[in-house]
Design a protein around this ligand. Structure first.
Ligand SMILES: *Cc1c(COP(=O)(O)O)cnc(C)c1O
Length: 230
């Protein structure tokens, strides 16, 4: 199957999953995860109208940034504080999905301030409380949001989670539900300056379940590009 055919098939699945739960498919944004993928495939997806691409490493983002002047880039992997300065300089660094500590938030706020901009970020939630994963525990999120809410150059836009790979995506449904509940609860808190617009969850194996449970952003790598090349 060509990459364009794969994209069409995925778009059909997105529409079908949204319709099953009476959601508008337009609420769901596809982030094409281009990590370790050939550049020609990024071109092909752009031709089909895909604008948002994700990378999990800052260095890859830097390497690809100038080459694709139309792309809006999403930083989806763990972010080290000493790399924040590079992202702050990239105007088309659209969204950081992986805000996972107060120290990182402070650094982003500072570097974005130096560039005279506001950077947007999602708070990464370790919803499955997996010791080997980054992210805050659900019980910590509301306190955390109060701590970062008045940062002038960092805008919180929502939540993100990364779930373990399992053969049957249904096993993950309870975690997606917990994320949506947390997301809705935070909305009700009405924390000043904090927005809950985006819920980034769902990857190649589980995106249909994630959409059924309320994802607004899905991050797809292998199912879209084919297995990672290099
Ligand atoms: C690699 C990656 C993805 C995409 O994973 P696939 O299973 O290839 O769809 C999504 N999110 C994050 C944070 C990733 O690192």
């Amino acid at each position: 199957m060509s990459i364009k055919e794969r994209l069409a098939e995925i778009q059909n699945k997105i529409v079908a999953a949204a319709r099953r739960v009476n959601r508008d498919p337009k609420e769901i944004k596809l982030i094409a995860v281009s990590k370790n993928q050939e550049l020609a495939k990024i071109d092909s997806l752009q031709e089909e109208g895909v604008v948002d691409f994700g990378e999990s490493r800052v260095q890859a983002l830097r390497d690809r940034y100038e080459q694709f002047p139309e792309v809006k880039w999403h930083m989806i992997g763990h972010l080290q504080r000493n790399k924040v300065k590079y992202l702050a300089r990239m105007e088309r660094c659209e969204l950081i999905h992986s805000l996972d500590s107060l120290r990182l938030a402070k650094k982003i706020n500072k570097r974005a301030g130096m560039e005279d901009r506001v950077m947007k970020a999602l708070v990464q939630v370790n919803i499955a409380e997996d010791e080997n994963k980054y992210g805050l525990y659900a019980s910590e999120i509301i306190d955390y949001l109060h701590q970062v809410s008045d940062f002038e150059n960092l805008q919180i836009k929502g939540l993100m989670t990364i779930l373990p790979h399992v053969d049957d995506a249904e096993e993950l449904r309870p975690y997606f539900k917990e994320m949506k509940n947390l997301f809705d609860r935070i909305k009700e808190e009405n924390i000043s300056q904090v927005k809950m617009d985006e819920l980034s969850m769902g990857m190649s194996n589980d995106f249909e379940v994630a959409i059924e449970e309320g994802a607004t952003m899905i991050r797809l790598g292998r199912s879209l590009f084919g297995s990672r090349g290099y």
